[in-house]
Design a protein. Structure first.
Lengths: 581, 103
């Protein structure tokens, strides 16, 4: 990955840490001459932009880019309007530069503590440096809010973590290096975590042990009444706080799950009955509570959740269990875990693997959606016939065009979906928006609900119209709803659109990845003709059949409840796949 | 508290450890007296040397309570010491001269 570092101080140390930090992604950075911030941001033709950088860091000192702030440091009085106007000018330059990259990171402004020693005047409205710092950062955030591809970063955290030597005057005067290396190290870690999040590689599940993780003691020995949780006990309080933080993460869309060696009924009773349990069974997307090997249980659980093992984090207090699981599942992240229970919260919140570029309503509802899925699955065995079961679900698929409000979730889904993904393109919000804005391209988002509840935005379809052909570029569906005829509804929409604009042929080219075999399997059975092994074709003279169990609602209020041409989807004479498929 | 050469070598090794965190694996500076710090035989580039000097200054100031400025000409009368051992010697002499100056 190629980064461009723009700064008004010597930022080479950050570049070194970005290159050396062992976690993905691998990064090579180009550094612009320091002090040429505005020129670089504004000049489209500057050589550093000739090869589009994957990401840009624009890290500046407020006294350097805002003349009014420099005056404040010199104890001159400054007009608030002037200060805001200068922030707006800088923000406009950032917005312009953001169009030339997938991600522009903007660390917020900080100043050394020795500039904030005016005592009662620090927060003065006319000459308070600390007050002005808060004001300019707030203004910067407000003016950058909602700008695609711009991600402000909280520099103050890096300063606090580095401690009193964060601002190193020796490095400043020797090499114009603003911060100590501890600041750059933490910044490099956070930048990489952000890039992983943008690439859809953030962890999605936390798998937890129970005894001495969610509570103290062994519930199988003492019963739920005997475990340490809450009360006037340092460890008990720490367990409650740890559970509270886990619950907060689940509100950010991180799934919680349990893998524990215990009697299931005893453990579930403890979760249900202990009055200080913050987490309830509904907070868990799944669990394996038994005496089997934990690694095997994790594989089984992740298969149930339809997620790869690599998307999970496993937390266990036992070094032996951690070592066993690490050895058996090297792709699973198993962090070292403190033996002191009071450090659990700190250990959890220090994990930098949950970073995501945005938080959507679907993220907030994710745990509930998994509970709904569980209820749906539990209903399935009562019906022998799949068609009958699908009919009982009363599934509604809602189609909407890509727009500003669904863009964050669509980009998130595009970047993290592996299995039902035709091309496995990874794109930032900004890139996707730019791509979809081109003439002759159509992009839709699909939402699904049924009698059990709302599954949220779960599908993406994009088409490129080219003369008499329409190419399906993205065909993405969340694994949670695969096999419920949503896939067919998406093809129906693609072909309906193509027919409307007079297209003769719709095709889809499958790009193989290690994980998207389910997508290939779907296209093989879709009824499209397979040409040259990986390209599937539909003659748009024919309408694609919509399954009778699906009610399709379009943005223009059109509603389809069965194939509009009146054919029975199960007897329609599909073109046969060619032999080479 | 007066420094000993062994203490200074330990400080230098500690600083090299931190500087090595930024260097590619094939450009790591060995923690040995004859390892090249700067010069034609390899070692640190100018930025690496600045990082290294700032670290040594900071650690010496912390340990001995004295203000140290290693970019002073006194340390480099014959140019920057090219290897770790000679740098330690220069540092020792510099600190002995500087010692009366309290922070």
């Amino acid at each position: 990955m190629r980064g461009l570092l723009i700064s008004d101080f010597n930022i080479e140390n950050l570049s070194s840490y970005l290159k050396k930090e062992p976690n993905a992604p691998a990064i090579d950075s180009v550094i612009t001459c320091y002090g040429e911030v505005f020129q670089t941001l504004l000049d489209d033709a500057a050589p550093c932009w000739s090869e589009r950088p994957d990401f840009v860091v624009a890290w500046t000192r407020p006294e350097s880019v805002l003349e009014a702030f420099r005056k404040l440091l010199d104890c001159c009085s400054v007009n608030e309007k002037d200060l805001n106007a200068q922030v707006d000018t800088f923000s406009a330059a950032l917005r312009q530069a953001s169009k030339r990259t997938r991600a522009l990171f903007v660390p917020t402004w900080v100043i050394p503590p020795f500039h904030q020693t005016h005592g009662l005047l620090d927060l003065s409205p006319t000459c308070g440096v600390a007050r002005a710092l808060m004001q300019i950062n707030r203004r910067l955030l407000e003016t950058l809010e909602g700008v695609p591809a711009v991600y402000p970063l909280w520099t103050e955290k890096w300063i606090q973590l580095a401690g009193p030597t964060a601002f190193n005057q020796r490095l400043w005067y020797l090499g114009k290096i603003r911060f100590s290396n501890d600041v750059f190290k933490t910044a490099a870690r956070d930048l990489k975590a952000g890039l992983r999040g943008l690439g859809g590689q953030a962890k999605k599940v936390i798998i937890l042990d129970l005894d001495d993780v969610l509570w103290g003691g062994t519930v199988g020995e003492t019963g739920w009444q005997g475990i340490t949780l809450g009360g006037h006990d340092p460890s008990g309080e720490a367990f409650v706080d740890f559970q509270r933080d886990l619950k907060a993460l689940s509100r950010r869309g991180i799934l919680l799950a349990i893998v524990s060696k215990n009697e299931e009924t005893v453990a579930i009773e403890a979760i249900a009955k202990h009055p200080e349990m913050v987490l309830k069974m509904d907070d868990f997307a799944g669990w394996r509570i038994n005496w089997q090997d934990k690694a095997a249980n994790i594989i089984d659980l992740m298969a149930e959740l339809k997620l790869g093992v690599e998307s999970a984090v496993f937390i266990d207090d036992s070094p032996v269990e951690r070592a066993r699981v690490r050895e058996a599942l090297p792709q699973l992240f198993v962090p070292e875990w403190p033996s002191d229970k009071r450090l659990y919260t700190e250990a959890l919140l220090s994990l930098d693997c949950f970073d995501r570029p945005s938080l959507t309503d679907d993220d907030r509802q994710r745990v509930r959606m998994y509970a709904v899925d569980r209820a749906r699955k539990e209903s399935q065995p009562q019906l022998n016939n799949l068609e009958e079961w699908l009919a009982t679900l009363k599934t509604t698929v809602t189609v909407e065009e890509l727009n500003q409000s669904n863009l964050p979730r669509v980009a998130q889904l595009l970047n993290k979906t592996n299995q039902m993904n035709l091309s496995t393109r990874r794109m930032s919000e900004a890139d996707l928006h730019m791509w979809a804005s081109e003439k002759d391209r159509r992009t839709w988002a699909f939402r699904v609900s049924d009698k059990f509840g709302d599954s949220g935005l779960i599908g993406i379809l994009s088409l490129e119209l080219d003369g008499s052909q329409a190419r399906i570029i993205d065909f993405v569906l969340s694994c949670r709803v695969i096999g419920r005829k949503i896939e067919e509804a998406m093809l129906f929409v693609a072909i309906d659109c193509a027919r409307t604009v007079g297209i003769q042929e719709v095709n889809a080219t499958y790009c193989r990845t290690p994980k998207n075999k389910p997508c290939y399997a779907f296209f093989q059975r879709s009824g499209m003709t397979c040409r040259d092994g990986n390209t599937f074709v539909w003659d748009a003279a024919q309408m694609y059949p919509l399954h009778s169990a699906i009610r399709l609602v379009c943005e223009d209020d059109r509603t389809f409840e069965k194939s509009p041409v009146g054919v029975n989807p199960f007897t329609v004479n599909h073109a046969s796949p060619s032999n080479n498929c | 508290m007066k420094p000993t050469k062994k203490e200074l070598i330990d400080i230098i090794y500690e600083c090299l450890g931190e500087v090595n965190e930024q260097l590619p694996n094939d450009r790591q500076i060995q923690k040995s007296p004859d390892a090249s710090l700067v010069g034609r035989a390899g070692g640190l580039d100018s930025l690496g040397f600045v990082n290294f000097i700032a670290l040594v200054e900071e650690k010496c100031a912390h340990k001995y309570g004295i203000a140290v400025s290693l970019m002073d000409a006194s340390l480099h009368e014959d140019g920057a010491p090219e290897d770790v051992g000679r740098f330690a010697d220069s540092l020792f002499q510099h600190l002995m001269k500087t010692l009366p100056v309290q922070l």
